[in-house]
Design a protein around this ligand. Structure first.
Ligand code: ADP
Ligand code: G6P
Length: 465
């Protein structure tokens, strides 16, 4: 068995109360625990000067983590990754900016991570790189002479070519992506956008089996939608039902219906539109006043990036305005909490809610949508209202799928969800649960790693011939 080396910028925090990890760290941690292996990445700290990785073993996983200097953090993480790539890949070119120095820093950190990892590699190791911070990582490793199989998985959307071309070094980035042996996306449409960029740009072509020839290399490109472990989520939701915060929420909303949303406080999540659609629901349904609450849990994230400071201010303003407009002495329509919860506890909170309200403007997958479904009580399940622009929408047709830019449609979907008869709720839940089980987290990991192994073996046979 070859050793699995996972590389990502964010490594799952090992302590409770750490910043919201996001889908990548949650998914990778669960997937890696079972196979065992090494996880290389940033330890979340800013350091005075670069140091070799610190190594810590926890169960089957060895963590090799490094700090970032202030300059690296500013240019690579806060700059090019989160102020250029993140907004553009989420179709927000209006929020994206480009700075050559930051891009140079992005490349520099990729090279420095690659050098540190290369020193730890053994010949049979399989390397699995994650997300937009590390698009050029394979280029950097190949330049150091590393010939191990290297796969890449993008957790966020891949934009259509017109959008990608707004990032000035787009061609160099795509060329580097083609240095991987396997490039995986969340959905078929993300995969297609990548293929379109390569083919329409005249850089190469792809055959029906997903093999791509581009920039003088052969690689595979595929869609591997990330999943969860639905039965483990269901179990956690049940087991944590008697914890204090869960009981507190249950008591506070007794006699009322509950709509629940949980996201990092990110402008891609459509939080403002979501609040406004809820406002519209209240406006058109006076009968719901005092009888329904929206709980939005949204811990701050990347708060030193300006666009994130702005969304926070806007949202606080909207929550205050809507509450001021509709609140009664014994009812606050929107409860807005900027904090983290232990993940299992969160699943119990989902179970209390009649509606899971998940409406990103763009999202690679959105694990919260899947977790909400899996947390439900099968005998009395809630309804998922889900944006058509989340990768999860391709996989959860049992949700009420909405366009998050259409506030009236969202308000109507909320009304329909709140009034949905039990039989219909059960049928939708059963359908979605079956899909979650058939495509769980191990399916994602195994499909990706099997393909990586396969492509790498074929490539080495070709090299020898
Ligand atoms: P993203 O990766 O963009 O943050 P996802 O919905 O795919 O979005 O993944 C978010 C993950 O982080 C989920 O597993 C969710 O349960 C977890 N999470 C989100 N918000 C919180 C929170 N306030 N406290 C604890 N975990 C959270
Ligand atoms: C999303 C991204 C991840 C990232 C996470 C949290 O899930 O796809 O790559 O780790 O958000 O963001 P952060 O910037 O705190 O790592």
């Amino acid at each position: 068995m070859s050793r699995l080396i996972v590389v990502s910028n964010r490594v799952a925090p090992t302590q409770e109360g750490s910043p919201a990890a996001g889908g990548l760290a949650i998914g990778v941690l669960d997937a890696l625990k079972e196979t065992g292996g090494v996880w290389f990445g940033w330890n979340g700290e800013i350091v005075g000067h670069a140091q070799p990785p610190s190594i810590e073993k926890q169960g089957s996983v060895t963590y090799a983590t490094v700090g970032l200097t202030r300059r690296d953090y500013d240019q690579y993480y806060r700059g090019f990754s989160n102020a250029t790539l993140w907004p553009t890949f989420h179709y927000r070119t209006d929020l994206s900016r480009y700075d050559r120095q930051e891009y140079a820093g992005y490349l520099r950190v990729n090279v420095s991570f690659a050098k540190q990892l290369a020193a730890m590699l053994e010949p049979g190791d399989m390397i699995w790189v994650h997300d937009y911070h590390l698009l050029p990582f394979a280029c950097a490793l190949r330049n150091l002479g590393v010939t191990n199989p290297i796969g890449f998985f993008l957790h966020i959307p891949f934009p259509v070519p017109e959008m990608l071309r707004t990032v000035p070094p787009h061609e160099e980035l795509v060329k580097c992506l083609c240095s991987y042996d396997l490039v995986g996306f969340q959905t078929e449409s993300d995969r297609q956008s990548f293929v379109d960029y390569v083919e329409r740009g005249g850089f190469g072509s792809v055959s029906e089996d997903g093999m791509m020839q581009a920039f003088g290399r052969v690689l595979k490109v595929g869609a591997y939608p990330i999943g969860i472990y639905p039965d483990a989520v269901a179990q956690a939701a049940e087991q944590y039902a008697h914890r204090k915060p869960v009981l507190a929420l249950r008591d506070a909303t007794r006699g009322r219906q509950l709509i629940m949303s949980v996201d990092r406080l990110d402008y891609s999540k459509g939080l403002v539109e979501r609040f406004q659609a809820f406002e519209r629901l209240l406006l058109h349904s006076p009968g719901l006043h005092g009888r329904v609450s929206l709980v939005q849990i949204a811990p701050p994230t990347r708060s030193d990036v300006q666009t994130y400071q702005r969304i926070r201010q806007t949202l606080e303003g909207e929550a205050g305005r809507i509450n001021g407009r509709f609140a009664q002495l014994d009812w606050t329509p929107i409860q807005y909490l900027n904090r983290n919860y232990e993940r299992n506890l969160l699943m119990s909170l989902f179970r209390l809610a009649q509606v899971g309200y998940v409406t990103p403007l763009r999202d690679g997958m959105n694990l919260v949508a899947k977790e909400y479904v899996a947390s439900q009580d099968p005998s009395d399940p809630g309804v998922l209202v889900l944006s058509q622009f989340a990768g999860a929408a391709e996989q959860l047709p049992g949700a009420l799928v909405v366009n998050p830019f259409d506030l009236t449609q969202m308000a109507d979907a909320l009304a329909r969800a709140l009034a949905m008869p039990l039989k219909e709720r059960q049928a939708r839940y059963a359908d979605m649960m079956a899909r979650l089980r058939a495509n769980d987290l191990s399916t994602w990991r195994d499909a990706f790693l099997d393909d990586l192994r396969h492509v790498a073996t074929a490539a080495s046979v070709t090299r020898k011939a």
